[in-house]
Ligand binder design. Structure first.
Ligand code: PEP
Ligand code: MN
Length: 275
């Protein structure tokens, strides 16, 4: 196996070495963690109506994008700081931690003041100044894999954050670019057990961006549990057909709750019967 001798902080120092990232009462890396919510925060009503059934169903963390990294400058760019306020308010009302993506070093401080976890998106995985900035924050960071990043490049980016003194890093596989465009991306499920051999950091899977197809979210979620992931991040909208971003891959709360129940059953079975 390849040796990653330049990595000092993200590699395991023993087989059982595992980082648990604590966010409120949620212990990421211990048990199975469900993050769900809309691609974008669009309004307080939309965020609340999406989040309420999810909270009732027992998700652990609410997601919602406010600074959106859109392919076209003409697409919805997110509500910015107004969206941060909405996300914080809804999180507080429902007593659930919240996560959002931060795109720019200049927004790290205000974002960290409103949310519990900072997300670094696929397009920014190797934005080294942003990695250094979130590495100096006291908030945990969920680092998505770049869409054409190797496992080694991804780990080096986690190392940037750890090197700055932030020990709370979560990795998230979200699909990579391959020759096949049938799915939006190719969800690299083999990277989950591969990277978990090497690192003590929790590893998540995002089957929404990973497939771009609502019908593939359930089978890929169950695959992620089987592959040993520590959690899932899934996009849910209370009216998917009206979503302002990533409409095609959004699922409604009812469909999500069906997936959540199966995921919980499968991960409980693995923890109690197989481990
Ligand atoms: C997102 O989670 O909203 C997102 C933009 O994901 P990615 O960075 O994986 O494309
Ligand atoms: Mn999205």
């Amino acid at each position: 196996m390849k040796k990653f001798d330049n990595l000092k902080l993200c590699l395991k120092n023993s087989k059982d070495h595992k980082t648990i990232v604590e966010v409120g009462n949620v212990k990421i890396g211990s048990g199975f963690t469900m993050i769900a919510g809309p691609c974008s925060v669009e309004s307080e009503e939309q965020t609340y109506k999406t989040a309420l059934p999810l909270k009732k169903a027992g998700i652990d963390i609410l997601r919602g994008g406010v600074f959106k990294a859109r392919t076209s400058p003409y697409d919805f760019q997110g509500l910015g700081v107004e969206g941060l306020k909405i996300l914080k308010k809804v999180g507080k009302e429902l007593d659930i931690p919240v996560i959002t993506e931060v795109l720019d070093t200049r927004d790290v401080e205000v974002t960290a003041a409103h949310v519990d976890i900072l997300q670094i998106g696929s397009r920014n995985m190797q934005n080294f100044s942003l990695l250094k900035e979130v590495g100096s924050s006291d908030k945990p960071v969920l680092l998505k894999r770049g869409m054409s990043a190797t496992l080694e490049e991804w780990l080096n980016c986690a190392e940037y954050i750890l090197e700055r003194g932030n020990p709370n890093v979560i990795l998230c596989e979200r699909g990579i670019r391959t020759f096949d465009t049938f799915t939006r991306n190719t969800l690299d499920m083999a990277v989950v057990p591969s990277i978990k051999i090497l690192t003590h950091l929790p590893v998540f899977v995002d089957p929404s961006h990973g497939t771009g197809n609502p019908d593939l979210i359930e089978p890929m979620s169950l695959s992620a549990v089987g592959a040993g992931a520590d959690g899932l991040m899934i996009e849910v909208h209370y009216k998917p057909e009206e979503a302002l971003s990533d409409r095609e891959q959004a699922i409604d709360p009812l469909k999500y709750i069906g997936i959540l129940k199966k995921v919980r059953k499968m991960s409980d079975f693995i923890i109690t019967e197989l481990v």
